[in-house]
Design a protein around this ligand. Sequence first.
Ligand code: PA5
Length: 392
Amino acid sequence: MLSIDIKNSKSSPVKFLKNIEKRHQDFYKVIDDKKAFEKIEKLAKKLKNNFKYFVVLGIGGSALGTICLKNALKPIDHEKLFVIDNIDPDFIKEVENKIDLKKTLFIVVSKSGDTLETLSQFFYFHKKIKDKKLDVKKHFIFITDPKKGLLRELSKKEKYETLDVPKNVGGRFSVLTAVSLFPAMLIGIDIKKIITGAQKMRNKFLSKDAKKNLPFLLAKTQYDFYKKGFKTNVLFPYSNSLSDFSNWTVQLICESTGKKSKGITIIKALGATDQHAQSQLFHEGPNDKLIIFFEIENFKNTLKIPNEIAKSLTFAKLLNIEKSSTEKSLQKENRPTLTIKLDKISEENLGELFMLFEGSTAFLGEFFEINAFNQPGVEHSKKLTKQAIINL
Ligand code: PA5
């Protein structure tokens, strides 16, 4: 269960919903694709017990949702999954040293199928597997566009097992597809519950009634503050489990809204840790930030603190008291805040959260009058890198 302490709005989501529909993006439709989920489940069940290690090769939207799910939910098998989302050679080697190639399934994730970082990782491990005289077809699966890109071509030519990233779903909006659901299922995460949560929020996202449409109300609040000069949002979960959710959200909001000299800047913070680091800036620095708290009502562990500190105090209670105190003192300084409250960290709540932010980001695009679903700046730097390589 998820709630937000934001005000209702007099404006209606209807016009914005129509505009979003016209953009032909399926991020809120893919969660009804039963056939796709059956395929993910079937393949995950088949491969789950054949390998000791799973390594995702991907970057940006092809990796961040998976990292978030793994670290938020920490299922029993979470230590079997590694996500290589960078080309830092020391990082790649570090993972390589932890796995046994003979017992590893590599999941190569790229919507475009052409991303240089991901392809480099793929060819690196492909050679390693070949050098060991292992069957490459058994050690790699691709998650990519149904028709386009080098990975798709390779999968046809060399008959790799493949799952689809649906055509009208871009990288940062793909967490609720095979991109993250397949690796999640391999380590024992209940993907049906994620989908149930996402569907609940999707129904709110499609509601024409502003007071029921949480993604709309969130985006409206963010946009209204933006217009008043609060151009930065601080994502401030009081929960280590949600730390990587912030990373996922950073990409979603920054890459989607950062266009035409507009866009929301995100700062990541962690409660209570950042009360002793960034918090002073939030209290008395430039008053240009909307602080978005995340509060967990019930932690898996409460952990009693001995009576020397206070009677009947737990770490869970102390953390939430600290959150409320920080919130109150920020409000006293006229710093805007809002709180997204979760009853617990669960698959269902994460599904709701993903869809809440995907939906609100789509609305933000309409408020800013930009296309939230493209990334011309990123594409340009990708092109320059390719040219530089050709000229080597
Ligand atoms: O959101 C996006 O489209 C990007 O950030 C991509 O996720 C990122 O560039 C990786 O692209 P791909 O999945 O095509 O390899």
